[in-house]
Each structure stands twice: as structure tokens, then as C-alpha cells.
Write a protein that binds this ligand. Structure first.
Ligand code: ADP
Length: 406
């Protein structure tokens, strides 16, 4: 438009010049054509420059927006992939637009391209849930079972101006939580079973002692003795159970310091000297290192005492205690030449309340929790405990603790 205004202005100026100087009309036309062409050219250049500037600005804005969108997408993908269970985002057409790697594992790597709620390679149960979530367009929570593993499936609809524009779906693995629940139930059952016997013994004896016609002093003494023993056993069991529950948490509290384990084991031997004499067992040492270990001395002493006591209770004539270093580990082992443990029992003896010979070991006063506590302490230190044993040929418990290597 601007071009025509200027053209019109040129025409008026030319007519004015014509009026003033009465120029030859041909010269006037040539002037006018030249003036128009020049104006046209200048305007065109100006227009092109303007367009270029505008285009560049537009391109810059697009680039910035693109970078922003990429960053946001990366952030979203990082959040999505760090979610520790399968999840996906479905759009309003039922297409799976975002999903994490856990969903791919869920689909056994059979996730289809351009997957929808119907065609995606996911297990049948998951597909059904996606279909329900898409059709019902409301919050859903369901327990689904896939290959014996239980999942809590949750769908949260995404709304924009009260209109359904998709849904966020996740599958929470319940296996661990249910396993914990099962373990808790088993623990309560085990504890009740363990407590039942000494309580029944004490109750039975008290009933007899309380009879009006009971006057046997000898039996009374014997009963009181047994009741004292059973009470001590109960006390020990409760102490062990408390200990075990404290150690069973994910990161149990340890009071670590630099400890000379050889010295600590020597101290255990001194404390157990009298009991060793009763069991007629000799305690030998073979210490090959004086290295310090960063550990909880009270807990590691408990490991030493438990393993030495077991060695004496189930051992033969001699217990050998060894310390040495091997690669990244500080190792101490306790070997006895006693009854040994059969291969099939070896995986079970670290279980709570497990005793190889139920009646015999109960008589020896064990709660069946000693090795479970030992294992928990070693694992709390991020160490390992190994067992080498053969029926009738003795047992060696090997405790491996991490050395402090610089
Ligand atoms: P307890 O407190 O009853 O001794 P533990 O958990 O310490 O329970 O041990 C579990 C079982 O492992 C024991 O009942 C015993 O049968 C077996 N056991 C442990 N240490 C030895 C060993 N040194 N030799 C043979 N058997 C052992």
C-alpha cells in the first residue's frame, strides 16, 4: 500500500514540475518510469530486509522454544525412567505416548511401535487394565497377578478443562511388601511356637506345686531349678529376638571404631575359659595379622562368642581360631573338630529358630537364633559368612569383613 502512496506522490510532484516548467511529456514519462522503478527497487530491498529480520527473529524464537521443549522432554524422561516400577502415559486416543524401561521389561521386550492400549505386546492382564482405564476415564486401583508376581495397578486420569486427555498408569510391585508381610506372620508363628514350650513347662510345674496336697520337698527343689532354667531360656530368647529385630532393619545402627579383632577374639577366649573347661575343649589361636578393622567391637564380639559357644556345644576336643587377610577381606575363622553339619542342613542353619536336632539342641539351651544374629551382624557390616562342614568331621565358620584399603 505504501508503494502506491509514494507512486501517487511522485505522480503529483511530476505533474507539478510539468505545470511549472512545461516539460516535454515524453521526458516526463521517462522520469516517472525511472522514479517508479527506483522507488519499487528501494522498497523491495527494504521489504526483503524486513522479512529477513522477521524470519531470523522467528527462527530464534522457534530455536529457543525447541531447546526448551527438548529440555523439558529430557527432564520428563529422567523423571519417568527414575520411577522404579513400570509406568506409562496414554493420550486421549489410547496411544501409549510415554513409558519407562520397566514397562519394556514388563512386556518382555515385546513392546510394539506406536503402541495403543489394545496393541502393545503387554501381558493380557495389563492390556485389560489399560482398556478399562481408557474406557472408564476415572481413577482405578486394582491388584493384578502376572506370572505369580502381584502388582497394584493404578490409573489416574489427566483432565484439561474437565475433558479427558489421557491417563497416567503405574504398576507397583507388591512382591516385596507381601514377602515382608509373610515373613512377619511366619516370625510371629515361630515365636509363639518357641515360647509355648517353656511357658507350658513352667505352667505345668506351678500347677503341681500349687496343689494343696503337694509336700515333696525334693521334687519342689527340682521343679524350682527347672523353672529357673526355663525362665533363663525365655529371657535369652526375648533378648535374642530383640537383637535380631534391631539388626533386621535395612541399615542397622553400628558403633564402628578401629578394632584389633585378634585381640577381641583373645578376650572372648578369656571370657569362655571356664565354660571351655566344663565342655573339656581346648581353645587354640593362630593369628596371622595385627591389622585393624573398622567395625562395631561389641557386635563383632557377639559374633565371636556365638560361634565359639556353638563350637563348644557341638564340638569335639579342640577349637582353632584363626585370623588373616586375603585380598580386600579381613578374615577370621572358627574351626571345631566336632559333630559337623550335613550338606542338606547347611543352607538352613542360618534361619531363625532352626536347629539340626530339635530336641538335643534345645536341651543344650540354644534359642535357635544364634546363627541368624551372627549372619545379620556380619551382613550389617557388609561382610560375608561362609560355612565349611562335613558330618562327623567338624565345622569351620569363616567371617569375611571388608579391609580399609587406601
Ligand atoms: P542355637 O542358639 O540353638 O545354638 P544357632 O542358630 O546358633 O542356634 O545354631 C543353629 C543350629 O546349627 C544348631 O542347633 C546346631 O544344630 C547347628 N550348629 C551350629 N553351630 C554348629 C557347630 N559348630 N557344629 C555343629 N552344628 C552346629
Amino acid at each position: 500500500m505504501y508503494k502506491f502512496y509514494v507512486g501517487f506522490l511522485v505522480l503529483v510532484i511530476m505533474l507539478f514540475i510539468q505545470f511549472l516548467f512545461s516539460l516535454n511529456p515524453y521526458i516526463l514519462i521517462i522520469f516517472m518510469v525511472l522514479a517508479f522503478t527506483y522507488i519499487w527497487y528501494v522498497y523491495d530491498q527494504h521489504h526483503k530486509l524486513q522479512n529477513r529480520i522477521e524470519n531470523n527473529e522467528l527462527l530464534n524464537t522457534i530455536n529457543i522454544k525447541n531447546k526448551d521443549a527438548n529440555l523439558k522432554n529430557k527432564q520428563l524422561m529422567t523423571v519417568v525412567s527414575s520411577i522404579p516400577f513400570p509406568m506409562l502415559l496414554m493420550d486421549e486416543k489410547g496411544a501409549i505416548v510415554i513409558y519407562n524401561k520397566h514397562l519394556t521389561t514388563f512386556a518382555q521386550n515385546k513392546m510394539y511401535q506406536n503402541a495403543t492400549y489394545l496393541h502393545n505386546g503387554l501381558p493380557q492382564e495389563v492390556q485389560q487394565f489399560l482398556k478399562d482405564a481408557f474406557i472408564l476415564e476415572k481413577k482405578l486401583e486394582e491388584r493384578i497377578c502376572i506370572e505369580e508376581a502381584e502388582f497394584q495397578a493404578i490409573s489416574i486420569p489427566v483432565l484439561s478443562k474437565a475433558k479427558f486427555i489421557g491417563c497416567f498408569i503405574m504398576f507397583q510391585d507388591l512382591t516385596k511388601a507381601l514377602e515382608g508381610e509373610k515373613m512377619q506372620k511366619r516370625f510371629i508363628a515361630d515365636v509363639s511356637h518357641e515360647l509355648k514350650t517353656p511357658i507350658a513347662v513352667i505352667k505345668g510345674m506351678l500347677e503341681i506345686l500349687n496343689r494343696d496336697d503337694f509336700d515333696d520337698i525334693e521334687t519342689q527343689k527340682e521343679f524350682l531349678n527347672q523353672m529357673e532354667q526355663e525362665t533363663c531360656r525365655l529371657e535369652q530368647m526375648v533378648k535374642d529376638m530383640l537383637d535380631l529385630s534391631r539388626l533386621s532393619i535395612a541399615d542397622p545402627l553400628l558403633h564402628r571404631s578401629k578394632v584389633d579383632i585378634s585381640l577381641l577374639l583373645k578376650d572372648c577366649i578369656t571370657s569362655l575359659k571356664e565354660i571351655a573347661d566344663v565342655y573339656n575343649v581346648s581353645l587354640k589361636t593362630s593369628f596371622h595379622t595385627d591389622e585393624f578393622v573398622f567395625c562395631d567391637p561389641i557386635r563383632i564380639r557377639q559374633v565371636g562368642m556365638n560361634l565359639l559357644m556353638n563350637g563348644m556345644k557341638h564340638g569335639g576336643n579342640e577349637i582353632c581360631i584363626e585370623t588373616y587377610v586375603e585380598g580386600p577381606f579381613y578374615i577370621f575363622s572358627i574351626h571345631d573338630d566336632g559333630e559337623g553339619i550335613a550338606k542338606e542342613e547347611q543352607t538352613k542353619i542360618f534361619d531363625r529358630f532352626y536347629r539340626v536336632d530339635e530336641a538335643r539342641t534345645r536341651d543344650k539351651g540354644g534359642s535357635g537364633l544364634g546363627l541368624a544374629i551372627v549372619k545379620s551382624i556380619v551382613e550389617a557390616h557388609k561382610g560375608k559368612i561362609e560355612l565349611q562342614s562335613e558330618k562327623g568331621k567338624g565345622t569351620t565358620f569363616i567371617v569375611k569383613l571388608k579391609r580399609e584399603l587406601n
